[in-house]
Design a protein around this ligand. Structure first.
Ligand code: OXD
Ligand code: MN
Length: 592
């Protein structure tokens, strides 16, 4: 029997169950008992492999199909009533046509399978920030991942009562046919339909599909924000904690920054960093007029390769129990996992991510897929914030935007004010890395790191940012910054050590928020005086001259960039907020 009497839920489920035609329907209650049962079943069918219970208790390995290893932006659609509402940076499909096509693919696709119905909450159950969702799926892997990444249970239904304010999610594995793979969002209908994939970001519908694409649209209508941002707290030696939200495109180290280990000198003084979230922030104004953020997720879906005890010990330790590994290398000697960059000892006796034998000696064949992942419970994280479950969220002092730019963007700069800060976010760009297909080093605009995740017209999203600013008193509004850890010198070497040393830049940012340090006004905003960035302990690596070079503003490069920004803005026609056009004019004049 259904654990709810909510009519909107029962009708939607009835309709979808008739469509996909399962042999059996199972409600997921999130209990350990049920999770154990499903794990056992998945191991029996080979869908998951149980790993060494002493070394990795309650951990499992899963392999996806070889053609199904990443989010598919080209097959991701915003099905708004008109193309203009989706905007020039999203793929668009007419909703009626999309439903017809998706229903024809989904029809009878659960035959011989079980329909799992997952009631889940994004955000702590009962928090004013939180939103409910129901995902129906034919994949145990999806169920078990959702039980880590979200809060699953019947209390979500109790909390929802008769309300219609919940996000519908239908996932059908079908035949994992890449040609018929579609990830469709219908923001106006609170609906997501995903077919022919079994890979994380495409099928864990609470994450990118709901918590960013649908939620960004909901936020616009309801006066809040859904952002592709990590949330971290910096505790100073007095025990005061200040919170920062930061947006970076993929492969710029969001999880590493969120779990930063302070440099020795800072540790000795008593600095600590606490993780609230590593990927998504939901943000709204609190009663005191400040902006507050929660992490709507309950776990981390992190990239495995490159994660090690040096780059991110907190992330690695988080994966030591209750974790699902996807597409990593299977070490057969001790039934554990391995990936490139874990250590320098690839296993001798192993299977590569596809399941084929692998001996670690071949350079061309990777043991783990470059986009292999861990799904790990947030509560495992050694530096998880004590505020992680706080239903009120944490007060934000600063927003930080950033990208990977070998030249141009200084190590850090502060916007002149809120609207200029929105401009800085809107012109975010990053150079492509070898990790993604296509040319390396090409600058791709990725405003607020939301390019693949904004559920409506990006120009309207910028307007929403501007409008939020209008509701904030200037002394309460978070200050907005831009950072670039990836500046290179003439010889192509990185100039800034990055990782834990990024705390030196966060320290300057927080001092600016308190008005405790001066800065130099330049053509693009406020830049630190070199003496205000603490280099104690890294003087050998970073000289004051080199720091000055990293803080430099080269007008010719900015003049060129302004042209490229103008071209990018032109795509949005007259939907661009007047405030942003004015900021672009100011930049052009300043760097002329
Ligand atoms: C992610 C992404 O997986 O942004 O978080 O691609
Ligand atoms: Mn992300």
């Amino acid at each position: 029997m259904a654990p709810t009497t909510n009519k909107s839920i029962l009708e939607w489920l009835d309709d979808k169950i008739k469509l996909v035609n399962p042999d059996k329907v199972v409600w997921i209650d999130g209990s350990n008992e049920q999770i154990e049962q499903l794990r056992a079943e998945a191991c029996k069918t080979g869908e998951m492999i149980k790993l060494n219970d002493e070394l990795l208790p309650d951990c499992y390995l899963h392999r996806t199909a070889e053609n199904d290893v990443a989010r598919v932006e080209g097959r991701t659609f915003i099905c708004a009533p008109t193309k203009e509402e989706a905007g020039p940076t999203n793929n668009w499909m007419d909703p009626a046509q999309a439903y017809e096509m998706l229903y024809s693919i989904a029809k009878d696709s659960y035959k011989g399978r079980t329909a799992y119905i997952i009631p889940y909450s994004m955000g702590p159950v009962g928090s004013q920030f939180s939103k409910a969702g129901i995902e129906m799926t034919d994949s145990i892997y999806v169920v078990l991942n959702m039980c880590i990444m979200t809060r699953v249970g019947f209390n979500v239904l109790d909390c929802l009562g008769d309300s219609n304010d919940w996000v519908r999610g239908l996932h059908c594995k079908c035949d994992i046919d890449a040609e018929k793979r579609y990830i469709c969002q219908f923001p106006q209908d609170n609906t997501i339909i995903s077919v022919n994939s079994g890979y994380g970001g495409n099928v864990l519908l609470g994450k990118k599909c709901f918590a960013l694409r649908i939620a960004s649209y909901q936020g616009r209508n309801e006066g809040w924000q859904a952002e592709h941002m990590l949330i971290l707290g910096v505790e100073n030696p007095k025990g005061e904690v200040k919170y920062i939200c930061a947006a970076f495109p993929s492969a710029c180290g969001k999880t590493n920054l969120a779990m930063l280990i302070p440099p020795e000198g800072y540790k000795a003084k008593g600095y600590k960093v606490w993780t609230v979230g590593d990927d998504i922030a939901w943000i709204r104004k609190g009663e005191d007029g400040r902006l507050y953020a929660i992490n709507p997720e309950n776990g981390f879906f992190g990239v495995a390769p490159g994660t090690n005890m040096k780059s991110n010990p907190n992330a690695l330790l988080t994966t030591k129990k209750g974790t699902i590994f996807t597409n990593v290398c299977h070490n057969l000697d001790n039934n554990t996992v391995w990936w490139e960059g874990l250590d320098k000892n690839p296993p001798e006796n192993a299977k590569e991510w596809t399941g084929k034998p692998w001996n670690g000696k071949t350079d061309e064949i990777k043991g783990a897929h470059p986009n292999s992942r861990f799904t790990a419970p947030a509560k495992n994280c050694p530096c998880i914030s004590s505020e992680f479950e706080n239903p009120q969220g944490v007060p934000i002092s600063a927003f930080v935007f950033g990208g990977r730019r070998a030249k141009l963007a200084p190590l850090v700069y502060q916007s002149r004010n809120w609207n200029h800060g929105v401009f800085v976010g809107s012109i975010m760009a990053s150079e492509t890395t070898a990790a993604a297909s296509g040319a390396v080093g090409v600058v791709r605009r990725d405003p607020m790191a939301m390019l693949p995740f904004c559920g409506y017209n990006m120009a309207d999203y910028w307007q929403h940012w501007i409008d939020i600013g209008k509701t904030l008193d200037s002394d309460k509004a978070p200050k907005i910054f831009n950072v670039n850890w990836f500046r290179k010198d003439e010889d192509g070497n990185f100039m800034w050590p990055g990782f834990g040393d990024n705390l030196r830049v966060l320290e300057w940012i927080l001092k600016r928020c308190e008005g405790a340090v001066d800065a130099k006004e330049t053509e693009i905003g406020f830049v630190p005086y070199a003496q205000d960035i603490n280099l104690e302990g890294i003087e050998d690596e970073v000289t004051v001259d080199s720091l000055n070079a990293m803080l430099g503003v080269e007008k010719e490069l900015w003049a060129e960039d302004a042209k490229s920004i103008e071209e990018f803005y032109a795509k949005f026609g007259d939907r661009i907020p007047a405030e942003l056009s004015a900021e672009l004019e100011t930049l052009k004049n300043n760097v002329k």
